[in-house]
Design a protein around this ligand. Sequence first.
Ligand code: MTE
Ligand code: MO
Length: 247
Amino acid sequence: MKRRNFLVGMGAAFLAGCKEIGDSKWFGALVDTAESWHRGVHRTLGVSRIAMAPEYDRSEVSPFFRGNGTQEVGKEDYNAHRDAGFVDWRVTVSGLVDTPLELSMEDIRALPQRTQVTRHDCVEGWSAIGEWTGPQLSRILEMAGVQEGANYVIFRCADTLNGADYYESCDMDDAMHPQTIVAHLLNGEPLPERNGAPLRLRLERQLGYKHPKYLTGIELVASLDDIEGGKGGYWEDRSGYQWYAGI
Ligand SMILES: Nc1nc2c(c(=O)[nH]1)N[C@H]1C(S)=C(S)[C@@H](COP(=O)(O)O)O[C@H]1N2
Ligand SMILES: [Mo]
């Protein structure tokens, strides 16, 4: 918590210092620099591949895990899958891999499972604690065989928000982290639609918008430049949300 307050404090001081130059041309460049600075400091201080997000006791689980952003996908195709219990749902693994995969829910459930009770923090100012279960992303990526030159993982989603499909991304460090899981259970039950049924990523060391719901695809790429708006995520492309949202 101390480290987090320190980072928040430094961020606030930095932003305060930027106030007068808010309109200048190099403001954007500065903010980008601050973001990689944040990522670097985060790692230097030990929030690296080994450092774990806090885990809680099952008794601390929030009675209701609210939904945010899309809570109903509202597409015929999705509704048909949902009504059939997602028996034909597939998540693809593609891009810079040796063996592209198409995993069914059965495949996902057959993999070794990790259960973790974590706190979800949304930038909009709310948090919830939930128990998530699913295979580690690292396990899935090992099955596919990550090729040299893969630097990022893109996550594709079934929902469309204000005319664009939701998507997210992370680097290989976070992709291989033990707490990064493809969750199919929340508090021991299949995910409700509002929380991303049938599959959603948990990227526990980052803010809520980095946890894509309604997962349809996992894609390994060398660079984010040619993906959608080029900033690595739905919100990153259309708002000031940072790509690296470490907490
Ligand atoms: N596909 C998809 N994933 C998404 C979103 C969304 O709108 N669509 N919203 C994001 C945001 S901002 C948050 S805070 C969390 C909310 O997760 P929840 O609905 O399970 O509370 O999902 C994230 N992942
Ligand atoms: Mo959020």
